[in-house]
Design a protein around this ligand. Sequence first.
Ligand code: ATP
Ligand code: LTN
Length: 326
Amino acid sequence: MSRIFSGVQPTNNLHLGNYLGAIKNWVELAAQPKNDCIFCVVDLHALTVYQEPEILRANILAVAKTYLALGIDPAKSTIFAQSQVKEHVQLGWVLNTIAKMGELERMTQFKDKSAQNKNNINLGLFAYPVLMAADILLYDTNLVPVGEDQKQHVELARDLALRFNKLYGETFVVPESVIKKDGARVMGLDDPSKKMSKSAVSANNYISLMDTPAVARKKIMKAVTDSGAEVKGGADKPALNNLLGIYSLLSGASVKDLEKQYAGKGYGDFKTGLADEVEKFLVNFQNKFNAISDKGIEKVLTEGAGKARQLAVAKINLVKNKIGIL
Ligand code: ATP
Ligand code: LTN
């Protein structure tokens, strides 16, 4: 049995990058009977940037609904919100005491986010990767499916697990990240040199899972393309590679097949085909999302938290015992 753990922050609507880079892999891992999966809505992490309380509350439910609508089955996988299981914070504190300032200063996400928002470089943002390590280590996680940008954080979780085990004896499983090559880094539609991001300044950067098909189509039609007219990817075609990658992952056709399909046609036809594929995906997703009630998802989260808590309490008791606290 392999334990799988991952999470997404309830900030804004999720976008195609979150799906293709992370949640699509969760769905594939969850479908394998040998895996025991836990998917968390990491609301405490979201607090490292100010959130309007009412919007945060709604976003927590929306992210959990998104997991279900994208294909995670709550009868098979455990789904809950991080703040519902207080042991995450408890273990986070213990790990804070063995994490080094220097290694946290090297985290690229911290460097990027603190450069973007100079007025709110809070302690939580600095300790963010340690809380993430606690999320992972609390459940004896073997595999952590994430996008490329989270690899460094999972490495830290590994280092902290090894360090703790060395100090106090065998306690934590040392986790590994699972980063699928395809979709690992979906780039912005308006700038293929940066990853698609929900906190991007322009909404033309991303396709939100909540975009209407018409809005998504407009964004695709506006998407930056490379020089040349042929639909053929290559090292000098970052924008086209990105669109081909998205098209391929959504349709299941290989990039080679798509290039064949669009041989002799221009970017316009190609983008129309991609917009059709995105529309199919969005309509299907949104229908499923809208069919889930707030009450229904609250019940899923409460039940999931109950299951997660059992594992978390056992682990925290072991940790307390090892370090000598009551
Ligand atoms: P932000 O950009 O506002 O920090 P985000 O869009 O990166 O947020 P997260 O909640 O930080 O969203 O990430 C959720 C998951 O989606 C993570 O596993 C992350 O690696 C993955 N992910 C996010 N953006 C992309 C992307 N552009 N391509 C592939 N995977 C991505
Ligand atoms: N930092 C992650 C979210 C996250 C996470 C986790 C992912 C918090 N805790 C534990 C995997 C495992 C991100 O996606 N931005």
